[in-house]
Design a protein around this ligand. Structure first.
Ligand code: NAG
Ligand code: NAG
Ligand code: NAG
Ligand code: CU
Length: 163
């Protein structure tokens, strides 16, 4: 029968194998006009997604049906797509998030942005360099506590099984 020491080792192994947030993640974004006019469609869709430095945004669309442009915050709010900074016309578009902070994307096809095809993301530094995180981002401590809570829960379950 398993003893406390075995359980403790098991828990340690689980902690050690928990994936680190430093790996780049590819985020697939279905790039389209929301079914109903909805400026918060993409922010809702990605509300629980954490964007880390060097992650990839994969804007999934067919060339000629949409495009991807980057905008300033004000032009994003106003859907002023003519003030675009960069344009990507070939779908799908892979965009590397190679700096921290806010990014503002939209589709520059007529009316698509005002119908809700716009996306902003806030890129946080990965856990290896928390000092580079912008002030608005959730603190590394909150991510750390999530990582610690899970094994602690397992420990409680293991102890409950034993006694
Ligand atoms: C906007 O899109 C989000 C995400 O799909 C959805 O939860 C919300 O109900 C939509 N709002 C409207 C007004 O359609
Ligand atoms: C991109 O969209 C197409 C059409 O909806 C879909 O078949 C394909 O699986 C999507 N690609 C990814 C990587 O999700
Ligand atoms: C990020 O990539 C863009 C375009 O690929 C490039 O212009 C920019 O210099 C890069 N920024 C950093 C911080 O590497
Ligand atoms: Cu579009």
């Amino acid at each position: 029968m398993a003893n406390i020491a075995d359980i403790a080792i098991l828990v340690l192994l689980i902690v050690a194998s928990t994936p680190h947030t430093t790996e780049a993640t590819k985020h697939v974004v279905p790039w389209m006009i929301p079914a109903t006019q909805n400026s918060s469609f993409y922010s809702n869709l990605l509300a629980n997604t954490k964007f880390n430095l060097n992650d990839i945004l994969f804007f999934n669309y067919t060339t000629g049906t949409h495009n991807v442009v980057t905008l300033s915050k004000d032009d994003f709010k106003a859907c002023n797509v003519k003030k675009k900074m960069e344009t990507f016309d070939t779908g799908p578009t892979m965009f590397e998030l190679n700096r921290t902070g806010e990014y503002y994307f939209a589709c520059a096809f007529p009316f698509h942005c005002s119908l809700g095809q716009k996306l902003s993301v806030n890129v946080m530094a990965s856990s290896s360099s928390p000092e580079a995180a912008p002030a608005k981002a959730p603190s590394p401590a909150s991510r750390l506590s999530a990582a610690v809570t899970f094994p602690a829960l397992l420990m409680v379950i293991a102890i409950n099984i034993l006694f």
